[in-house]
Design a protein around this ligand. Structure first.
Ligand SMILES: *[C@@H]1O[C@H](CO)[C@@H](O)[C@H](O)[C@H]1NC(C)=O
Length: 422
């Protein structure tokens, strides 16, 4: 018979398959699993090494967004070669997460020591102003120290740190060091309760709190009325700065500003950070920082807000619900986010403002960038890079003390250009 159907179990196709699979070496299985893991990791960490390799490590151009009738662009930015350059991340940090993690855990910050001045607010609060000048960073300087400023004509830049960070943060040190080295008088305006000082009133800072910034800027302007005054905000500090600029409009002593990696819209950023697993990791880590801040001021916080809830907070939103919302007297967390988002204030900004954002920022998502509002305001130039992570921008093969190098070049150039036009 030709058509005998053989039912012998040992010859079924599945058995044959298992047989052949069992003949494959175990080490080959491990190799296969390892490969799958590498591909997963490559995607999970959004690594772009292969793309960089294929494009010959040329980096990506900086993309500029500005109003078609922008005089600021024509007179200044068009001449700033750094705004027309390309940015190539350090090849072994070719991932927004590796960039951001490297900044957080290694940083490689220069060793600097600030001169501290304590500033009192009318409500009894204390703000630590940390100054760094040219002679502080140039060794063997012949400058004689008289008071805080020794180059009184050099412009002053007020630096506003991000959430829960202060003048000791690696990116702030890099920024202050670079700018002071270029002749700027740098003053880091630490948020209340940060920079190693205690709270001396019941008032707390939050992402939309601009009162302190307003007072600090007015105070410094009063002290040095003839010096050009600039400001740089980073992360949540950038949000506060842009909100301040919008609230004040033309009524500000600042002659120029830069906003680096601003969250722009806290509501969009809140939704973003809760969406994917990798973002939730950031949410957890930032929440730990926020709890640490609350811990520093436990007696005050526990008296004014729900301490048990704060201690249990596992996300930024949790913390904001139990602490920020209560301390800032907002009805709901979303009210706080809506009210504090600087994107709402972009159209009223009336001094030259350079905004720098990365499209792969793992915290302050590109989704929140107010492209239209920036294009509609002649005073604003928005520079976006494809890569860079959150505040990191490492470049060069060694990533050695070059953190924020690009940021720095950008705004040094901007200030230089802006200064020339004044
Ligand atoms: C816009 O700026 C002006 C000053 O130029 C200020 O009086 C006004 O309050 C600002 N508007 C908003 C919505 O903050």
């Amino acid at each position: 018979m030709d058509h005998v159907i053989r039912t012998d179990a040992s010859d079924s196709p599945y058995n044959l398959l298992f047989k052949s699979l069992s003949l494959i070496l175990l080490s080959h299985y491990f190799l296969f699993i390892f490969l799958i893991f590498i591909i997963f990791l490559y995607n999970f960490l959004e690594i772009h090494f292969l793309r960089d390799l294929v494009t010959g490590f040329r980096g990506d151009p900086v993309h500029l967004t500005y109003s078609a009738s922008s005089k600021l662009y024509q007179t200044l930015a068009a001449k700033c070669h750094v705004l027309h350059g390309r940015y190539l991340p350090t090849p072994w940090l070719s991932s927004p997460h590796l960039q951001t993690a490297f900044l957080t855990f290694f940083g490689r910050a220069p060793d600097i020591s600030y001169k501290r001045h304590l500033f009192q607010t009318p409500d009894g609060g204390t703000i630590a102003l940390d100054w760094l000048t040219y002679s502080d960073v140039i060794q063997g300087s012949t400058h004689v120290n008289q008071g805080i400023l020794n180059c009184e004509k050099n412009p002053i830049v007020v630096v506003i740190p991000g959430l829960t960070s202060d003048s000791a943060a690696a990116y702030i040190k890099h920024l202050a060091f670079k700018m002071a080295g270029h002749g700027w008088n740098v003053v880091v305006s630490n948020h209340r309760g940060l920079g190693g000082i205690s709270l001396t009133s019941d008032c707390f800072y939050n992402g939309g709190w601009t009162e302190d910034l307003r007072r600090v800027i007015d105070y410094i302007h009063c002290q040095y009325p003839d010096v050009s005054l600039y400001a740089v905000g980073t992360s949540i500090g950038a949000n506060m700065l842009v909100k301040y600029l919008g609230e004040n409009g033309v009524n500000t002593p600042l002659v120029g500003a830069a906003a680096i990696c601003s969250p722009w819209d806290l509501l969009i950023c809140d939704r973003f950070i809760n969406r994917r697993l990798v973002q939730k990791c950031y949410d957890r880590v930032i929440a730990i920082g926020l709890r640490g801040f609350a811990q520093l001021h436990q007696s005050t916080v526990a008296r004014l807000a729900d301490w048990e809830g704060i201690a249990k907070s596992r996300s930024i939103r949790d913390f904001d619900n139990h602490a920020t919302r209560v301390l800032g007297k907002f009805e709901t967390v979303d009210t706080y986010y809506r009210h504090s988002s600087s994107a709402n204030f972009v159209r009223n900004v009336s001094v030259p403002l350079l905004c720098i954002s990365t499209l792969d920022d793992p915290v302050c998502t590109r989704e929140a960038i107010p492209w239209d509002e920036c294009r509609a305001n002649e005073k604003i130039i928005l520079a976006t890079t494809r890569h860079g992570g959150h505040l990191a921008f490492y470049e060069g093969i060694t990533a050695k003390s070059l953190a924020s190098y690009d940021i720095d070049q950008f705004h040094n150039q901007q200030y230089f250009c802006t200064n020339l036009s004044l």
